[in-house]
Design a protein around this ligand. Structure first.
Ligand code: UD1
Length: 435
């Protein structure tokens, strides 16, 4: 069946919202449970399709999952025997490729399907492979699978990443924790989710320093067997999406369970739109004082720059903001697919290469639109919040991959949004998209 999201625009957002656990921290931390020779329990795991997919993969590999006495999920990888991540699961979710590092590190062999390209770009994995080879893995790619072996175990080394790939850094960090000797990862990603993964691994007995900087040092240990309870960080992309939603509707919103430093650049840009922002250790409040936002140009970049995962939502804001602006996408080569849908709602946009110029209009008009990927779906919801009439968004399964309880969360802050199921069948999902 095909879910459709309906939004009636025109209500300014008002209220308080709890932020869920971060998808992009939960996925690598779940993969990392494969490394741990003891039960570990995870708090603040978001209830998302991608998380369910990763747990299914872990179960297939032999990780036992149970709900503990405080309703947290416990993972036990002591009896894992299988080292093969099949095509079906890796192809529906690119982040499944994160099991490669842990498997080769702990079991000295792995067979993981290639993730392939996706809607937002080709998304190669060459840097993951090159780094693992430097750690001593023998890698062969055949029949759509990465076959990795390291009969004598991995050996610490100095890896210089040509690009600060997020999941690449995570895969290599996980591989290096059980390698013999010390590994230095230079030029890796500095995203807060990488730091959360390092903190989790350290809580289980790993020796990682420098996560969040240009140079990560990993002193290999022979085993990770410290049972731990770990609380996953709040989702800065979910938080950013709701803050932009509040700004676009000239509303006021307080978010709880989110550390503001991971969003510094976005908060800086929100202030330029006219928002009054206040922050505390684990909360962010935004108030537009009823004013229409001003358009602000941005360029996406790796952390601490403006996150590519909030680019589509920012474009929705610029569509109705006062003035002209330009958004440049520098991280992925094909990430402006939400533009035609926004244009069909009356946005004045023009695309040139990977940049999109906007002239803010007074109002958008509701339309029936198709979501093309996860963050693009979020941008259409935001556009719907300020469109005249009822917007209907199809292919909404994309949004369930990354936003927990999206209708109830938006409803709780004053938005008119609901879901219906329309038949007869879901469209064939021809390719994956992962972000
Ligand atoms: C992660 C995030 C995703 C986010 C992206 C960029 C997860 C699960 N997903 O994706 O939400 O949009 O970071 O912040 O955390 N590249 C190579 N070779 C490689 C690997 C990457 O050339 O081996 C390139 C990619 O094509 C892209 C750039 O590096 O242009 C960044 O990609 P990367 O950081 O790897 O994205 P992901 O880790 O897949």
């Amino acid at each position: 069946m095909l879910d459709v999201l309906h939004i009636k625009g025109g209500q300014p957002i008002q209220g308080v919202l709890p932020i869920s656990g971060a998808k992009n921290a939960a996925l690598p931390i779940l993969a990392a449970t494969l490394l741990i020779n003891a039960p570990v329990s995870l708090k603040n795991l978001p209830h998302l399709q991608d998380v369910t997919t990763m747990i299914s993969l872990l179960n297939l590999l032999g990780v036992r999952t149970l709900i503990d006495e405080s309703m947290q999920l416990e993972f036990d990888a002591r009896d894992v025997q299988c080292v093969e991540a099949p095509y079906d699961l890796v192809h529906t979710m690119r982040a499944s490729f994160l099991v490669l590092g842990p498997l080769i590190s702990r079991f000295r062999r792995a067979r993981v399907a290639l993730p392939g390209g996706c809607e937002i770009g080709t998304r190669p994995i060459d840097l993951h492979i090159k780094g693992l080879e430097q750690l001593g893995a023998h890698i062969e790619i055949k029949n759509g699978y990465v076959h990795a072996t390291a009969p004598d175990g991995l050996k610490g080394t100095h890896i210089i990443l040509d690009q600060p790939t997020v999941t690449g850094t995570e895969n290599l960090m996980m591989a290096a924790v059980l390698a013999e000797g010390a590994t230095t990862l230079s030029g890796g990603a500095k995203e807060p989710e990488v730091v959360d993964l390092a903190n989790f691994l350290n809580a289980c007995g790993a020796k990682i320093t420098g996560a969040g900087t240009d140079e990560i040092q990993i002193q290999g240990v022979s085993t990770l067997q410290q049972p731990c309870h770990y609380d996953i960080m709040g989702d800065r992309i979910e938080a950013g999406t709701y803050l932009i939603a509040a700004a676009i509707t000239s509303g006021a919103l307080r978010l709880e369970g989110i550390e503001p430093n991971g969003l510094s650049k976005v908060l800086e840009c929100l202030v330029q739109t006219g928002a009054v922002i206040e922050t505390g250790a684990d909360w962010i409040a935004l108030d537009m004082k009823g004013q229409r936002p001003k358009a602000v140009s941005i360029e996406t970049a790796t952390f601490p720059g403006f996150p590519t995962d909030l680019q589509a939502q920012w474009l929705a804001l610029n569509c109705v903001a006062e003035g002209e602006a330009v958004i440049s996408e520098t991280v992925f080569e094909n990430r402006l697919m939400h533009v035609p849908a926004l244009q069909s709602m009356g946005a004045q946009l023009s695309v040139s290469n990977q940049s999109v110029s906007s002239i803010g209009v007074d109002a958008l008009s509701a339309s029936e639109v198709y979501a093309t990927d996860l963050r693009a779906s979020a941008s259409l919801i935001l556009a719907g919040l300020v469109a005249q009439g009822e917007t209907r968004i199809k292919n909404i399964y994309h949004v369930d991959r990354g936003y927990e309880y999206i209708e109830s969360k938006f409803s709780s802050i004053g938005c008119r949004i609901w879901r219906t199921v329309e038949g007869p069948i879901s469209p064939v999902r021809t390719s994956i998209e992962e972000v």
